[in-house]
Design a protein around this ligand. Structure first.
Ligand code: DGL
Length: 256
């Protein structure tokens, strides 16, 4: 039994979509979320910067005594996960990858879309996964241009957000897509807006939250890291940004 916290890292607030999933399923586990916030978005930055920022985040979570770290950012995973596994072999890492498999195996039209950042879509991880399922489905890659910024500023329900989402999603529906994979942890916060744009048409939204939570559970068992069943969990949120950002992180994390 191990009552040390699980660390969750993201470039900003998006990783809270993963944090929420873990928090609701693993009620006795302590969690520390580190959302950079200051240098978000990562998606359009050079690889070397994303790698450096991710290492800094991981170092911070390790200094806080985390027993397992979730890289709750598809972009950071695409760039840094191999490096992290090689350089911190004592720590189990869970990375985020677009859920291409369930989409490719369940599509009826044979066309699926993966919405992610430029950096994630260019990563070798995504190229490998998408070519593996290329015989099952045509995979359309699409960058959710502006989506991360909308979520970072808490404007998911604005007219601007709906317009931005419409511009990205309508061409996908017109191309015959029946599954849209959310390949960025910020995008689940736009789920309702995406659903409004889909407006009853036969298109499913698929995200990785549940699969990640299952992977965390698997690794906790594999490495005998589960907290005691009567452990009273503690939760902490860390950021490089200011107090105001921290307050917004808290509102999003605890839902008030
Ligand atoms: N949440 C990150 C991801 O999953 C956002 C990327 C960014 O910072 O641009 O890719």
């Amino acid at each position: 039994m191990d009552n040390r916290p699980i660390g969750v890292f993201d470039s900003g607030m998006g990783g809270l979509s993963v944090w929420k999933e873990i928090k609701s399923s693993l009620a006795n586990e302590s969690l520390i979320f580190f959302g950079d916030g200051l240098r978000c978005p990562y998606g359009s930055r050079p690889e070397s910067e994303v790698l450096q920022f991710t290492i800094e985040g991981v170092e911070r979570l390790l200094a806080e005594g985390c027993k397992l770290i979730v890289i709750a950012c598809n972009t950071a995973t695409a760039v840094a996960i191999d490096y992290l596994r090689e350089h911190y072999p004592q720590i189990p890492f869970v990375g985020l990858e677009p859920a291409v498999k369930p989409a490719a195996l369940s599509t009826k039209t044979g066309i699926v879309a993966v919405l992610a950042t430029q950096r994630s879509l260019e990563g070798s991880l995504f190229i490998k996964t998408s070519s593996k399922y290329a015989t099952q489905a045509k995979i359309i890659k699409s960058v959710g241009e502006g989506f991360v910024e909308i979520v970072e500023h808490g404007r998911e329900n604005s007219a601007e957000a709906e317009e931005r989402v419409r511009q990205v999603v309508e061409p996908l529906i017109a191309a015959g897509v029946d599954k849209i994979v959310l390949g960025c942890t910020h995008y689940p916060f736009l789920r309702e807006t995406i659903e409004r744009v889909i407006a009853g048409r036969q298109v499913d939204i698929i995200d990785s939250g549940e699969a990640v939570e299952r992977r965390v559970e698997y690794l906790l068992d594999e490495y005998s890291l589960r907290a005691d069943s009567d452990n009273v969990p503690s939760y902490r949120l860390l950021t490089l940004a200011d107090e105001h950002y921290l307050e917004r992180l808290e509102r999003r994390a605890y839902g008030y």
